[in-house]
Ligand binder design. Structure first.
Ligand code: FPP
Length: 261
């Protein structure tokens, strides 16, 4: 399985209360278009327009690892014309944005089964990744033809192919075989357009992510929505399965049993 280049660096957040890694399920492009009586692709175009300002705002606020869910393994079942238009949009957007991404020190990485994308798009992805591979200030992962389950299957296949003894598999071995190898798991997953689902996104990595769902449709998502999400995140108490209690008093000494005569 082809993979994105290794992260050039793992940039920490600028402040401790910020998430190191934010992931976004960009939903609601279709509804945005429908409300305006426009074709769905107009919603996707508007959605592309949201990406640059949100990426810039994340970086400005001090979050330096961002992952965007652009096309899932299930999205192939959409009408052929919509899929083709989305593929064109990915290609055009890479062409249009790559200079700026590189100039801003952003490493672009594509997560997903790229083997199943067209040759031209795949070549473009590889060029864009190679060009930005040295950038260490910010990481932008874009998930295209991505599925959390297929990512885990691919990771296990790779491990099996490498000759690893799968009976001895540890969590860290599997994590090292995912597309996100070398990156911290997302601390915060934002979903736009109100659905309360994870939709096969970063299933392994989302184990302890905080979820934030907003009714805002992706094309309307802006700096204020991002700041609201980060504020909500800062107020969450993250326990990672542990409990926070005051120190326990020492064990009570059990009263000595009375031995009646
Ligand atoms: C979900 O909205 C959105 C998608 C399936 C596509 C998201 C893609 C983009 C924003 C373009 C990304 C482009 C690049 C270059 C990364 P939906 O169509 O499911 O909306 P709906 O639920 O309202 O119908």
């Amino acid at each position: 399985m082809q993979r994105p280049p290794r992260p050039a660096a793992v940039p920490p957040p600028s402040r401790p209360e910020l998430p190191r890694h934010v992931a976004i399920i960009m939903d609601g492009n279709g509804r945005w278009a429908r409300r305006r009586r426009l074709p769905r692709i107009a919603g996707h175009r508007a959605g592309v327009g949201t990406i640059r300002p949100v990426t810039e705002e994340c970086n400005r606020l001090g979050v330096h690892i961002l992952t965007l869910y652009a096309f899932s393994t299930e999205n192939w079942s959409r009408p052929r014309t919509e899929v083709a238009a989305l593929m064109r949009l990915f290609s055009e957007t890479i062409d249009r944005e790559i200079d700026e991404l590189d100039a801003e020190g952003i490493q672009l990485r594509i997560l997903g089964r790229r083997e199943e994308l067209g040759d031209r798009l795949r070549a473009k992805i590889e060029q864009a990744e190679a060009r930005t591979a040295h950038n260490s200030g910010n990481i932008l992962n874009v998930a295209i033809n991505y599925g959390g389950r297929s990512e885990i299957v691919d990771a296990v296949r790779d491990l099996a192919e490498s000759g690893a003894d799968l009976r001895l598999l540890e969590e860290a071995d599997l994590a090292r075989s995912l597309y996100t190898a070398g990156l911290p798991d997302p601390d915060l997953i934002i979903r736009t357009a109100g659905e309360l689902r994870i939709s096969n996104f970063l299933l392994w990595q989302a184990a302890y992510a905080e979820l934030y769902v907003t009714e805002t449709l992706w094309p309307d998502f802006g700096g204020e929505d991002l700041q609201n999400a980060l504020r909500a995140f800062a107020e969450r108490e993250r326990r990672f399965g542990a409990i926070q209690t005051p120190p326990e008093p020492p064990d009570e000494v059990a009263p000595a049993a009375s031995h009646g005569g």
